[in-house]
Design a protein around this ligand. Structure first.
Ligand code: PLP
Length: 437
């Protein structure tokens, strides 16, 4: 998840598009000068030389560099995966515990006969009844007119944003929006103005500036690495006043907040112009959707490239997802429990010297890592995760580029099926690990 890259670049005074353009022109000029016999690298213009090491040697060098900075990620082996199975899960987005449960025999039997695959993209081979039924269920759940399935939340955002915004438009995007939103903004070719996290005055100023054909605001409603939320009522008001469309990503809010788990917009009584939801987090399956008006759905059908040029999702999974959504809507007990557990954990951690951001609420609990002392922050985050692991808890160290450099953290997620003893053990382990640093 590449968060905040535009902000970093802006801070350093670099606009990535402009820098790329200049570098390209320099390379062309360099080649021409070099061909004409002018001095190269040691002279007064850079020469782009062909790579002189093998691809694998290049990978090894770069991976070693990442390891030095505490930024290396390694895919787990089969043995490593097996070793995590007994740990208490405080890292997945399976907030209601549905994904981990395993599908019951009864549910599997009810799904028998569903097609395993859709065979081609939705446009080419048509849609199955399971897709259409699921889309209708989602729309009804969220109180919106229509929904369109995508293969993932990433695909939904990189499909939606370029389908709506284009050159001449302006997108105002929160600095901590998910990488899929950032990439969608980039693909759209609209001018993207990145505003400080949750700063609605900055949103208004960015919208007020003249010179845009259409204006859009895009935000997550429950930020996945920070556990905080924008004031959606105020944001909707600003969009209306400025004639901007409001696009929200409810990936981490669905199932957790709002009536029947319908998310933060439903909780606030706000109607967005497009709502992205994922089906692989609280719903516990896989895939995603964009919900909104019937006209939006009709528009996306032919213009969202990640939908048009990608195989339709599995009808079997759509049927399973319908089952999970029905269950999730009725599961107020799990939502209430999650809320109570979250309050308990936040209260306990905040009562001691553990750094949890003030605005964090709900089941995502970021534990910030200090930057003083000889050990770099990324390594400290990894060490915290390692200490928790030794206590039987699986929590994720989150480093750049998932979060901005200098804000490495341990990301704890809570789950409705945690017992009181689990929560006490988790808090003790976090407190001990932080004190030991
Ligand atoms: C806010 C947000 N949007 C989109 C996604 C991508 O969803 P998916 O995992 O279904 O691709 C994520 C994933 O973590 C996310 O946090």
């Amino acid at each position: 998840m590449l968060r905040n890259a535009p902000v970093q670049n802006r801070r350093r005074g670099k606009n990535p598009r402009f820098t790329g353009f200049v570098e390209n022109r320099l390379a062309i000029a360099s080649r021409a000068l070099s061909a004409a016999g002018f001095p190269g690298r040691s002279g007064w213009f850079p020469v782009i030389e062909p790579a002189d090491v093998s691809l694998d040697a290049h990978f090894e060098t770069e991976l070693a560099r990442l390891a030095e900075q505490g930024l290396l990620r390694e895919a787990p082996t089969r043995t490593a995966v097996a070793a995590t199975s007994d740990l208490l899960d405080a890292s997945s987005n399976d907030y209601l515990g549905y994904a981990a449960e395993g599908v019951s025999r009864e549910t599997l039997l009810a799904l028998a006969g569903e097609k395993s695959g859709s065979g081609a993209s939705r446009l080419i081979h048509g849609s199955s009844a399971a897709h259409l039924d699921l889309e209708q269920d989602i729309a009804e759940w969220l109180g919106l007119e229509a929904a369109m399935l995508f293969s993932s939340g990433y695909a939904a955002n990189v499909g939606l944003l370029p389908a709506l915004a284009g050159s001449g438009d302006r997108i105002v995007s929160d600095a901590l929006n998910h990488a899929s939103i950032i990439d969608g903004c980039r693909l759209s070719r609209a001018k993207t103005v990145v505003v400080p996290h949750l700063d609605l005055d900055a949103v208004r100023s960015a919208l007020e500036a003249p010179g845009a054909h259409r204006k859009w605001v895009v935000t997550e409603t429950y930020f996945s690495m920070d556990g905080d939320s924008p004031d959606l009522v105020r944001l909707r008001g600003i969009c209306d006043e400025q004639g901007a469309g409001l696009l929200v990503d409810e990936a981490h809010a669905l199932g957790v907040f709002g009536p029947e788990g319908a998310g933060q917009c439903a909780a606030a009584g706000v109607q967005p112009d497009a709502l992205v939801g994922t089906l692989g987090k609280s719903v516990g399956v896989q895939g995603a959707f964009v919900a909104g008006s019937t006209a939006l759905r009709r528009w996306l059908w032919g213009t969202a490239r990640s939908l048009v040029f990608s195989t339709g999702t599995s009808p079997l999974l759509s049927a399973l997802t319908r089952h999970q959504i029905r269950r999730l809507r009725a599961d107020e007990a799990a939502r209430r429990r999650l809320q109570t557990l979250s309050e308990t954990v936040l209260r306990r951690l905040r009562s001691v010297d553990v750094q949890v951001p003030k605005a964090a609420h709900g089941p995502i609990v970021p534990v910030l890592v200090g930057s003083d002392g000889p050990i770099d922050q990324n390594t400290r985050a990894l060490q915290l995760a390692e200490r928790l692991r030794a206590d039987g808890i699986r929590a994720q160290a989150i480093r750049s580029p998932t979060v901005p450099p200098g804000t490495a953290r341990l990301r704890i997620t809570l789950h409705a099926q945690f017992t009181e003893a689990d929560v006490a053990r988790l808090c003790d382990a976090i407190i001990d690990a932080c004190r030991a640093q």
